[in-house]
Design a binder for this molecule. Structure first.
Ligand SMILES: *Cc1c(COP(=O)(O)O)cnc(C)c1O
Length: 449
């Protein structure tokens, strides 16, 4: 897809719409000179080169990649108008698109009736889910695993509810025995399960947690901010994914695995009745229609309508189906599995644990945690500062106990060790794996990178 051509198309269509409203008075206060603009743009571009090449498979670090060109074209098309999805007064077209994409997301997870909306981020989406959790079980707490995203602990603080951490097993999944112990206290109203942890991509056993939670009268919220779209990949164990539809709320981030620019999270509730907790009146908005405005079912006020347009256009072209977006995620997952096998077969590298999704964790083979930590840090820096063939990895800090459970033969001479971590979220990673592996082996083997 040619982005320049798509953007020209967008600009032409926009001009046609604008022209219907007649001549536009031209105000001098907004004038900028072409020459100044071009100079400032060059300065901007120069400053933006101080970035890592997230677009290239040689960047195999954090959860970062550029949006799909369709998302960019959709975003720009709507941004030229700048609708605000807070209220229908602010942009009826993109509010309708938001409802459509939210319905597609709900359908993807198997929700029928639902209440949901886009948010600015997974953090806000989770905040809303925990807010509803508090309203439904006042005085009760929320449980989440030690490997869940740190946002849950923080947002419990913001909401004034008690957060309880549940242990994880040796694969980084919520430990069911410990969960039972925590639930037996009677203090928990909602359990947060993570479908794809941020560190290792571990999937909590939703299908096993759900019946336990129900036994104790506890709600279940699924934080699928990172992993949610993997429901579209069909070679994964289907059981946790199929159980999601019976959970009470779901968070998924289209700005992580949905090909979108930042500013696009989503929260879904299985019971549309929770809309009552959002009830409020506004003296400014909600005048153009008696339909429920999106602002009436969300905690955020102003929110980009362009985000909804971007996701809508993307889903028109790459729908959230196994053959659509699923094929994008499946490629990253294949890359992760193949790399894990290659690492397993190599003397220089050791797998920290097998990837469940597309996140590979590994380290330079060594006898002690402190040596492993030093090598990870050295490889991270040598890789990104290499003048030829740089590679960009990330590190994950793991505690002694977690490390030892996976690698009992390694000397536990430190409290923590950094291991290397590569999120292979671009389908191109699949085609670049041999080069990437070769570079990482070189870096581990040569003390000077
Ligand atoms: C990224 C992430 C979040 C936070 O979402 P943001 O969009 O970064 O605010 C929450 N939970 C999980 C599991 C995540 O991976």
């Amino acid at each position: 897809m040619d982005l320049r051509r798509a953007l020209n198309h967008v600009l032409d269509n926009h001009r046609k719409w604008v022209e219907q409203f007649g001549d536009l008075p031209d105000h001098p206060s907004l004038h900028v000179s072409e020459a100044q603009l071009e100079a400032a743009l060059d300065t901007l571009s120069a400053r933006l080169t101080n970035n890592y090449p997230f677009f290239h498979p040689r960047y195999a670090g954090q959860m970062l990649k550029p949006p799909h060109p369709a998302a960019i074209a959709g975003y720009v098309a709507a941004m030229l108008i700048n609708p605000n999805n807070h209220a229908l007064d602010g942009g009826p077209a993109t509010a309708k698109m938001e409802r459509e994409v939210v319905k597609q997301l709900a359908t993807m997870f198997g929700y029928g009736e639902h209440l949901g909306h886009l948010t600015s981020s997974g953090t806000i989406a989770n905040l809303e889910a925990l807010y509803v959790a508090r309203e439904l079980h006042p005085g009760k707490g929320v449980a989440f695993s030690v490997d869940s995203h740190y946002t849950h602990g923080r947002m419990c603080g913001v909401l004034g509810i008690e957060g309880t951490k549940v242990k994880v097993d040796s694969a980084g999944r919520m430990d069911l025995d410990d969960l039972r112990k925590v639930l037996a206290t009677g203090k928990i109203g909602t359990v947060v399960v993570t479908a794809g942890t941020t560190g290792l991509g571990a999937i909590d056993p939703v299908h096993e947690i759900l019946p336990i939670a129900r036994e104790y009268g506890t709600r279940v919220h699924v934080d699928a901010a990172y992993g949610g779209f993997f429901i579209l990949v069909d070679d994964l164990d289907p059981r946790p994914w199929q159980a999601i539809k019976d959970c009470d709320s779901i968070v998924v981030d289209p700005h992580k695995h949905g090909l979108q620019p930042y500013g696009c999270g989503a929260v879904l509730f299985r019971d549309p009745g929770v809309g009552r907790f959002y009830a409020h009146d506004s003296p400014y908005t909600y005048f153009t229609s008696d339909d429920l405005h999106l602002g009436e079912i969300s905690l955020e006020c102003s929110r980009s309508g362009a985000s909804a347009a971007a996701l809508w256009l993307t889903f028109q072209l790459i729908p959230p189906t196994v053959d659509g977006l699923g094929a994008v995620l499946a490629a990253g997952r294949r890359a992760a599995v193949r790399w894990a096998d290659t690492i397993d077969a190599s003397a220089e590298l050791t797998l920290y644990q097998r990837p469940e999704l597309d996140i590979v964790s590994y380290f330079g083979t060594a006898g002690t945690m402190s040596e492993i930590d030093a090598t990870s840090q050295r490889v991270l820096h040598a890789g990104m500062s290499a003048e030829v063939e740089p590679v960009f990895l990330s590190v994950l800090s793991v505690g002694r106990e977690d490390f030892t459970r996976r690698h009992p033969a390694v000397g536990a001479d430190a409290d923590r060790a950094r291991v290397l971590r590569s999120v292979l979220m671009k389908p191109e990673s699949e085609l670049y794996l041999d080069t990437l592996h070769g570079r990482v082996i070189d870096l581990v083997a040569s003390p000077n990178g």
